[in-house]
Unconditional design. Structure first.
Length: 105
């Protein structure tokens, strides 16, 4: 089969082969399948707050999720964005910063 395509690592490290970079960690954001009942994206400083860049997708366990590779040793602000500009936070995040949830890697 050969090697998998390279993908850039966060923080400008050299590209990685189909594995997390030594200076990054994979974080999975999980929501219930129907709360809220429409499309939802994880938006944050790691994707320049772009809606749709990290949309949650259905899983077999009746949840929705998306996995994002983030630099280790950082603090990342994020929120969820649902249909009709419905912004909401993650109650399980490491902490809050004003209107944003935060995760520490």
């Amino acid at each position: 089969m050969g090697p998998y395509p390279r993908s850039p690592c966060p923080s400008g490290a050299p590209p990685c082969w189909n594995a997390p970079c030594a200076n990054s960690v994979k974080v999975t954001f999980v929501l219930p399948a129907d709360t809220p009942p429409a499309e939802v994206s994880v938006v944050g400083n790691f994707n320049e707050w772009r809606p749709g860049a990290h949309a949650v997708a259905p899983r077999k366990d009746d949840n929705r999720a998306v996995t994002v590779e983030l630099p280790k040793g950082g603090t990342h602000s994020f929120r969820y964005l649902g249909a009709d500009d419905h912004w909401f936070n993650d109650d399980t995040a490491d902490d809050q910063d004003g209107p944003n949830s935060r995760i520490h890697t």
